[in-house]
Design a protein around this ligand. Structure first.
Ligand code: PEP
Length: 253
């Protein structure tokens, strides 16, 4: 099956309000007329509203970088899935390595959020990936399996077909060290196998798996050419409209 590629930009905590709006306006212009690829930007949550207004009528979709699993209530500082939908989000990144490793999120936390995202109608982008120590200890497959099965526990086949998985080796995020084609290809193929074992081939064939970790305009084409890599989750290179637009174009060329 040919899955539609999906390129998402994770701006993390890196823009001001005016930078966010300028960036998305420039991106909108740079990708006008580009077809055959889904694209999204994930700005800091306080600027979602402003960026949402700026992407109206374009093919650039909006995503959030995180959310809380509860629908409403006394959860100071948190945002619900309904709130994200309300400001125009279609996607939400869940279980990013910075949330897992810096902010202590577990697979159970991520799983609760995945359920809440689906219940509200958001598409989760669920991140998985091993640290350097785990890779060096030959634990990559175990860690990725634990995160994949743990984060999607209780998710049925219809929902799984919609989910986006981002394989992001922690050692490649923001480091400039990109996984080799062989390293990324191996993990993506393993993930496809896990999906098949859990959901069957028909569903597994529909699930998009992004690669993330120092993707740039220069290395995107090579990574995106791998059959089980269906897109990219991009950090640093999504902060410049021209480099992000080149990555988006690489997904369709
Ligand atoms: C990310 O934040 O998910 C990421 C992959 O960052 P970078 O592209 O900067 O490595």
């Amino acid at each position: 099956m040919v899955r539609r590629p999906f390129i998402a930009g994770n701006w993390k905590m890196n823009t001001t309000r005016s930078e966010a709006v300028q960036l998305v306006e420039a991106l909108r212009e740079a990708v006008a007329g580009v077809d055959g690829v889904d694209m999204a930007v994930c700005p800091p949550s306080v600027y979602l509203d402003a960026v949402s207004a700026a992407v109206q009528g374009s093919s650039v979709a909006l995503g959030a970088q995180n959310m809380y699993h509860q629908a409403k209530g006394a959860y100071t500082g948190e945002l619900s899935a309904a709130m994200l939908l309300d400001v125009g989000c279609r996607y939400v990144i869940l279980g990013h390595s910075e949330r897992r490793h810096v902010l202590g999120e577990s697979n159970e936390d991520v799983c609760r959020k995945v359920h809440a995202a689906f219940a509200a109608g958001l598409t989760p982008i669920v991140c998985v990936g091993e640290t350097l120590d785990e890779r060096e200890a030959n634990k990559t497959t175990d860690i990725v399996a634990e995160q994949f099965f743990g984060s999607l526990a209780g998710i049925d086949g219809d929902q799984a077909a919609q989910v986006v998985i981002a394989y992001e080796p922690v050692w490649a995020i923001g480091t400039g060290v990109v996984a080799t084609v062989a390293q990324a290809g191996e993990v993506h193929a393993n993930l496809r196998g896990m999906m098949t074992s859990r959901y069957g081939a028909a569903v597994a064939d529909q699930i998009r798996i992004q690669y993330g970790g120092s993707v740039t305009a220069d290395n995107a084409a090579e990574l995106l050419a791998i059959s089980d890599i269906d897109g990219a989750l991009v950090g640093g290179a999504s902060l410049k409209a021209d480099s992000f637009a080149k990555i988006i174009r690489a997904a369709v060329s």
